[in-house]
Design a protein around this ligand. Structure first.
Ligand code: CDP
Length: 226
């Protein structure tokens, strides 16, 4: 049998703050390369959802981590399943985004999710999207991108996104919420949001999605052709 060891399977890590457009860009890069896609933020959202359903306090690190270990999480065709039920819509709410950022501070939970994240490294390659993909989960990634934009640009994007989904949107509240989430992501002791030393900074304030995707594909090609 011709087995590909996980270590030979290329990983592209894209990290960055909320509402940077990371998810859309990452998915398009993965699609173009035919790579698998890990939306690690969705895992934290599922944990926020499941713990909420079980009346577990998001601040209770031990209970949150213990609950996470019992969950059967699957991604199928872009949808997220918990114990066999499609919960994609339920986890994509602003409330679960906030909950995800709260549970994500717990080191015990982050440790409980490591093996699951590694299991996404399947041939021909993986595009891993998150906050700590290049720093903690896949430090050996062949390409690391830190994708960001100013807080104001990101708030505008989130605002437009909510309007597009016919959901209530208040620009000032969104801006405030992003600042709170950024502070929590950057300030936590366990796997804080920081740019890996060997990551390439991609500021997308004045870039279209297509331009950002092209930039990453070009960098990937350069890395692989070295
Ligand atoms: O949609 P948004 O960018 O706000 O968030 P997300 O990517 O769905 O992730 C939800 C939350 O999970 C983030 O606010 C982070 O606090 C947390 N997260 C994390 O700590 N580590 C990751 N690798 C991915 C997400």
């Amino acid at each position: 049998m011709n087995h590909t060891e996980p270590i030979d399977i290329p990983v592209i890590a894209i990290d960055g703050p909320s509402a940077s457009g990371k998810g859309t860009v990452a998915q398009l890069v993965a699609d173009t390369l035919g790579f698998h896609y890990l939306d690690s933020g969705a895992l934290y959202r599922v944990v926020a959802y499941a713990t909420h359903q079980n009346n577990i306090d998001w601040n209770n690190a031990t209970a949150v981590a213990a609950c996470a270990k019992t969950l059967h999480i699957q991604f199928k065709h872009g949808e997220v399943y918990l114990n066999g039920t499609d919960i994609s819509d339920q986890i994509r709410t602003e409330a679960m985004g906030k909950g995800a950022s709260q549970v994500a501070v717990h080191a015990a939970l982050r440790a409980a999710l490591v093996d699951l994240q590694h299991s996404f490294r399947i041939s021909p390659g993986l595009l891993a999207d998150g906050r700590d993909m290049g720093t903690v989960i896949f430090p050996e990634a062949v390409l690391k991108i830190f994708l960001t934009a100013s807080t104001e640009t990101r708030a505008k994007r989130r605002y437009q996104q909510l309007l597009g989904k016919q959901q209530p949107a208040d620009y000032e509240a969104i801006l405030q919420d992003l600042k709170t989430r950024d502070a929590r992501d950057k300030g936590r002791a366990s796997a804080p949001l920081i740019m890996a030393e060997d990551a390439i900074l991609l500021e997308t304030d004045t870039l279209t999605i297509t331009e950002a995707v092209h930039f990453i594909l070009e960098k990937y090609q350069q890395k692989m052709c070295k």
